[in-house]
Design a binder for this molecule. Structure first.
Ligand code: HEM
Length: 207
């Protein structure tokens, strides 16, 4: 029997695709100097900042889906989690590509030196590496094949988000208010997750 997707899910999916692609489309228009738009005085820095920030925002939004699904009971929200996570990965890859290509001109020895010697780059690169298995196993088929292990692997997203926030914090020169806000939001999300795990344990112990 064919399963039809509810109309609201399709509508929200289109909106999520649009919202996730908008920063990229705007960057393209700014790079092309469309109608007087521009990337500002330091285009490479601007690309790095927009892609890094968008990637981090999407990773944190991904973490919001499960608590919202649990509290509302709308299980369909799960499909948005994958979408947001994959777009987060997309922006982090763009961020990395900007750095390797436009910032360092593919000078790989310089790239590896930075990864080895600059702690904020080491942490960012670790987060990027950890994102790869998550993106590669994001399909329904991989989810079925991996079973319980899929859940274990995908818990890495919490570690990645922590590394992303640390990476952001360590590269800020003066005003730490923005990374501080990200750290606060992430702490709340981790707290909600731990509280849920603790409740499950207590329930299991009392049975
Ligand atoms: C999950 C992975 C990553 C996330 C979430 C992330 C996020 C961010 C964020 C939010 C910023 C600050 C943007 C701003 O100030 O507006 C940033 C800056 C930066 N990131 Fe990443 N990043 C990641 C991985 C990487 C990797 C793999 C590299 C390179 C190997 C990298 C290199 C940089 C550089 C060079 C900057 C700019 C630092 C500066 O302003 O001097 N990032 N990143």
């Amino acid at each position: 029997m064919a399963v039809t997707t509810p109309r609201w899910v399709v509508t929200v999916k289109v909106a999520v695709w649009g919202a996730c692609l908008a920063p990229f489309a705007l960057l393209v228009l700014r790079a092309l100097e469309f109608h007087g738009l521009s990337l500002g005085a330091d285009p490479v820095q601007e690309l790095l900042n927009v892609c890094g920030k968008t990637g981090l925002n999407l990773l944190l939004l991904t973490l919001c889906i499960t608590p919202i699904r649990r509290s509302t009971g709308i299980n369909r929200l799960i499909s948005f989690r994958r979408l947001l996570g994959l777009f987060g990965f997309f922006y982090v890859v763009l961020h990395f590509t900007t750095y390797v290509w436009l910032d360092l001109g593919f000078a790989w020895d310089h790239v590896f030196e930075d990864i080895a010697k600059r702690p904020y780059i080491t942490v960012g690169f670790t987060a990027l590496l950890l994102l790869i298995p998550l993106a590669a196993t994001s399909t329904n088929r991989m989810q079925r094949q991996l079973g319980r292990n899929w859940v274990r692997v995908h818990r890495l997203v919490y570690v990645i988000a922590v590394l992303g926030v640390v990476h952001f914090w360590w590269q800020v020169k003066r005003d730490i208010s923005e990374p501080l806000l990200y750290a606060f939001l992430l702490t709340v999300l981790l707290g909600v997750r731990l509280h849920h795990a603790w409740k499950l344990r207590r329930k299991a112990a009392s049975q």
